[in-house]
Design a protein around this ligand. Sequence first.
Ligand SMILES: C[S@@+](CC[C@H](N)C(=O)[O-])C[C@H]1O[C@@H](n2cnc3c(N)ncnc32)[C@H](O)[C@@H]1O
Length: 203
Amino acid sequence: MTDDLPALRVYAAHGAALAQRYETIEPARLFAPVLDLLPPPPARLADIGAGSGRDAAWFAGQGYRVTAVEPVAQLRAEGQQRHRDTGIDWIADHLPMLSGLHRLGHRFDLVTGIAVWHHLDADQQARAMAGLSGLLADDGLLILSLRHGPLAPEAGVYLADPAHAISLAKDLGLTVLRQVKAGSVQPGNLVEGIDWTWLVLAR
Ligand SMILES: C[S@@+](CC[C@H](N)C(=O)[O-])C[C@H]1O[C@@H](n2cnc3c(N)ncnc32)[C@H](O)[C@@H]1O
């Protein structure tokens, strides 16, 4: 695990409890802001920061070919155990570089980063956008959910500014298909006043 990604220590310490909480979320409800834009199965998907594998399993169940990328061993283990026999490929790797995923040489029709962008500082976000863009197939989509709420840089919770993300994406030649605000689907996040911007970026 790397020193410049303090969030990973937090996830490692609470992996099992967090996985249990994540699994209570209904993916169809979570993805409601962008459902109509998802490419149909058997599109090839990479879910970055896959956590417990909830969304990866939902996509795999629909016939997507899914690679789940999760840096925290405790969460990967939860995901592999909870979603056995789903055909998901699990990879230990992390933003901003995703070197291991890039080494595989795949291009993806859909790359998702759900509730992960705020764990990168502004410089890391710039490097991450370049790497994520490079993973997209022609006409591939990158879907990010950006968290708005209290910041805690010491714990790896940074500003996720939609204007910054869009500017980075446009500089790389990506097109914004959707920018939409959405409330939290987790009761605890609702209480904290956290909400989200969903971005759909196209190659
Ligand atoms: C808030 S959780 C969201 C998990 C999952 N996407 C979901 O929606 O349930 C953030 C996830 O991003 C992962 N993560 C944090 N920093 C990361 C990084 N630099 N690269 C990749 N994943 C990261 C964490 O380990 C955790 O699984």
